[in-house]
Design a protein around this ligand. Structure first.
Ligand code: 6YU
Length: 498
């Protein structure tokens, strides 16, 4: 196929790059990418702490198996450690959560028995599994995951932990709060009260033990970019407005207006900006405005913040076999996943630290995880203020007043003007229809105008793998395939001419 149609892709994150790859490999040669920033990769962003490689954005290949396009690409480009390629690794089903060895520290400087953590974690895991069934069965008893958990917990605690004494029970409840905060990070939400119960089960996991890129996730971006023609991407080129469905008769139906005033004509535009960007800028980004049903879905879907704070030490103060250090506040036995006074207590939302392994590669580095408005507030503080808060926190929870981090590095996704948060989740009242509306191209079916003028890709447009890199790749390929099949259904003469 040799197609002359002019395609503009907005955004050079993994979904935009995937769409460009597929189109260029299928005979489209007039393709360009407009990227607002100076770099490719978007939310795949590798950085360094001294000479240690750290990921400010995506970390893992979730579910590395044959069905996962990111795993297949990473294997093709030889970006993985040999153990990640072990076929056994690809069959383990972890249901989205890594089987980490925890260590539990309390706000009075005690180290807890992990048994208490397991009991709380098991009860919450059971409740979250139950949350998933409403998607297929309907009839959900309340609107959010948070409400459902709170309404069930009291009764189950009374039944299942009746033989446990009051003090141990209270500790388990505190542990439950810590696990809820971790769930907020995983879902990229401020609170589970904002996650829709009916749509919670839409997210699907793939089998395989999550793995990382030893040389950094951006190695994937570099490998993909090396196969694209140079000059394909225009950097520092934010798009201001997409003019579509014009009544004017013109050769190319879409005009992309850039922030610097440049106007680029196109037959099709693939929009890959984040859901956060769409929520904030949809009214100026599209002319005419988006149809109401699409707009309502953009509003109903959630887009929250999950940030990381990397902390380096001269030596390890944690157990060598521990993968995750969970922090338990002893005054939180009433199920908390958000803190009341954000400026004073934002640090309480940080549920704990994962340990970067192996030590030979990462030295003594921990990664703190914090979600929600507390995380957004953390972004406004200076690095020194964050470092001070982290130092105080660790000293308190270890009971060791001398521990001092060597340096820290944190992500600031909410204040990144081209992302405005971390990733999407199904908000309250969401359904599968909202995800379908997200991916629907414009003009919509049945319209008299030229079809597929504006297409939508990006993680938030995948019906079951939203919030992930593999979801984003698949949406880029999906929209490229939409155009490929459109042009292969019209005659070769027309496709060469158009
Ligand atoms: C994964 C992981 N992971 C941690 C953190 C973050 C994310 N994800 P992009 O934004 O990349 O590209 C758009 C481009 O558009 C960008 O370059 C912009 O500059 C540009 N742009 C914007 N406006 C423009 C304009 N006007 N003009 C021109 N250009 C413009 N995913 O698989 N494994 O470990 C993590 C993690 C802190 C922030 C992640 C992870 C998410 C991925 O990073 C993300 O989906 C993709 O990179 C997005 O690519 P894209 O192309 O769509 O957009 C119920 C239930 C829910 C369960 N949820 C499960 C959660 C699982 C996710 N786990 C995440 C965990 C981590 C640690």
């Amino acid at each position: 196929m040799n197609v002359n149609a002019r395609i503009v892709i907005i955004g050079c994150g993994i979904s935009g790059i995937s769409a460009a790859h597929r189109l260029l490999n299928s005979g489209f040669h007039d393709v360009r990418i407009l990227e607002a920033t100076t770099r490719s990769g978007g939310r795949i962003k590798t950085s360094s702490l001294g000479n240690i490689i750290v990921e400010l954005g995506a970390n893992w290949i979730h579910g590395p198996c044959e069905e996962n396009p990111v795993f297949c690409l990473a294997r093709k480009y030889r970006l993985l450690d040999p153990e990640a390629l072990n076929p056994e690794n690809q069959t383990v089903d972890i249901g989205g959560h890594l089987p980490w060895i925890p260590s539990v520290l309390t706000s009075s400087g005690q180290k807890l028995n992990a048994e208490d953590l397991y009991a709380a974690r098991e009860m919450l895991a059971e409740l979250l599994d139950e949350c998933s069934v409403f998607q297929s069965e309907g009839g959900e008893p309340c609107t959010s995951v948070g409400e459902f958990i709170r309404s069930e917990v009291q009764q189950r605690v009374a039944e299942k932990w009746k033989a446990t004494d009051a003090a141990a029970r209270s500790l388990r409840m505190c542990m439950m709060s810590t696990v809820l905060k971790r769930e907020c990070c995983y879902n990229g939400t401020h609170s589970l009260d904002e996650v829709g119960l009916g749509a919670f089960g839409l997210y699907k996991t793939l089998p395989g033990l999550d793995c990382t890129f030893p040389g950094g996730y951006e190695g994937l971006i570099k490998s993909l970019m090396s196969e694209l023609p140079s000059g394909l991407v225009t950097y520092n080129q934010p798009v201001h407005c997409v003019h579509w469905n014009s009544s004017e008769k013109r050769e190319n139906p879409v005009v992309v207006e850039c922030a610097d005033g440049e106007r680029i004509t196109a037959d099709h535009v693939i929009v890959t900006v984040s859901l956060g960007y769409l929520k904030k800028h949809h009214s100026t980004l599209f002319h005419p405005p988006l149809p109401l049903h699409k707009l309502h879905s953009i509003q109903r879907l959630g887009f929250g913040t999950n940030n990381k704070i990397f902390v380096e030490f001269d030596s390890a103060w944690w157990d060598p076999d521990c993968d995750i250090i969970c922090l338990l506040w002893e005054d939180e036995d009433t199920l908390v996943d958000q803190v009341p006074d954000v400026p004073r207590s934002w640090i309480k939302k940080l549920f704990g630290f994962s340990v970067l392994k192996p030590t030979e590669r990462y030295g003594h580095v921990l990664c703190g995880w914090i979600a929600g408005h507390e995380s957004e507030y953390m972004e406004t503080l200076s690095e020194q203020e964050v470092s001070h808060a982290i130092t105080q926190l660790i000293r308190r929870f270890t009971g060791n007043p001398t521990i001092t981090p060597r340096r820290i590095l944190r992500s600031q996704w909410f204040h990144d003007p081209w992302t405005l948060g971390s990733y999407s989740y199904p908000g309250k009242g969401c359904s599968v229809q909202d995800l379908e509306n997200m991916m629907e191209p414009l003009p919509t079916k049945g319209s008299q105008s030229q079809p597929f003028q504006v297409l939508f890709a990006g993680e938030a447009t995948h019906p079951s793998y939203y919030s992930t890199v593999h979801g984003a790749v698949l949406t880029g390929w999906r929209e490229a395939d939409r155009l490929i099949s459109h042009y292969s259904s019209i005659s070769p003469y027309e496709s060469a001419k158009s």
